[in-house]
Design a protein around this ligand. Sequence first.
Ligand SMILES: NC(=O)c1ccc[n+]([C@@H]2O[C@H](COP(=O)([O-])OP(=O)(O)OC[C@H]3O[C@@H](n4cnc5c(N)ncnc54)[C@H](O)[C@@H]3O)[C@@H](O)[C@H]2O)c1
Length: 368
Amino acid sequence: MAVIPVDVAGRPYEVHVGTGLLADLAALCGKRLRKREVPVITDRNVHAAWGSTVEAALRDAGHVAQWRILPPGEHTKSWNELAATVDWLLGLEVERGDNIIALGGGVIGDLTGFCASVLKRGCNFIQIPTSLLAQVDSSVGGKTAINTAAGKNLVGAFHQPSLVIADLAVLETLPRRELLAGYAEVVKYGLLGDAAFFAWCEDNAVGLIDGDTAAREYAVAQSVAAKARIVAEDEFERTGARALLNLGHTFGHALEAETGFSDRLLHGEAVGMGMALAARYSARKGLMAETEAERVHAHLVAVGLTASLSALDLECDGAVLVRHMLHDKKMDAGTLPFVLMRGIGAAFLDRHVDLNDVAAFLDHQLSA
Ligand SMILES: NC(=O)c1ccc[n+]([C@@H]2O[C@H](COP(=O)([O-])OP(=O)(O)OC[C@H]3O[C@@H](n4cnc5c(N)ncnc54)[C@H](O)[C@@H]3O)[C@@H](O)[C@H]2O)c1
């Protein structure tokens, strides 16, 4: 098992990464579980696969799980579910010193974290991420949010968990498409700041995706350590360090918007394609060697992700995609910062990208 510290000022916490951790849940949580009743928020899929394991682990330690089982999917991150879940927690008389457990993917983690941030002006919560994306990204770093009619993740708070337990065993029941989408966020850490980890991904990704537990543990631990370093440096996304985590997200966001934030393109799939586009655009601007950009593309294709924009069959041009980018929440006083690369492992924030040039680049990619 790996234990990775997240050294955020005033509220440090640990991320435990290992196999079979759910059975030791109560021991890992220790005194964080102060009462007999423990509120656990999850979705139907995760409850069907792992609910009995969690229930038994809590029961064996003298606790009783109080379940809130929500519908799976992005719609659950809504004002309605926020209000209903907060009312449910108030009904359980949860106090500020108590911990709520989030058992699920990024949807459950984001909703539960936001509930915890507002309940009695802030109570504790424990993340038990069950998707690869949640284990390597959303459960660590304290961003919580819901979606509104105006867009995704536009309402939320920074609220760090008190503990994260990433059990690799739960990935056994995760659909392969979701696993692959989560893998895009793994490879992101190599691309943004660690060329050696990217090379490791090239050698080990197929095994990792096919179920190699040692490879999964290494990849999750490396990813969490990378995210922990960045979050400790820039918890509230003020200095620019944390913004590097958005590599692939500006292009990806435009593709998600154009496909209606639907199952046609999952978030991680859009990020994967977005990273391939960021690499190619960096090469077009002479920042990165063409061969390096092709290496990024080739790796994504080798693991089974779609890296070519033309494969999406979009009926729009580059200008439409750029217009979607202008609604990105990363817009800052009229400019849109892009994460570009000077090479694999060398991402940086460019605040002066010419959007007409991006549109022309995308026109070319749409027909390539
Ligand atoms: N807070 C952050 O820093 C951050 C970062 C990245 C993404 N996000 C958010 O995360 C969300 C996406 O997260 P996600 O990809 O985990 O999606 P998700 O939570 O919707 O999970 C994906 C699907 O997999 C199922 N699932 C999850 N774990 C499973 C398991 N072990 N076995 C079987 N089925 C399982 C879920 O029921 C769901 O159907 C988005 O809302 C995104 O905005 C947040």
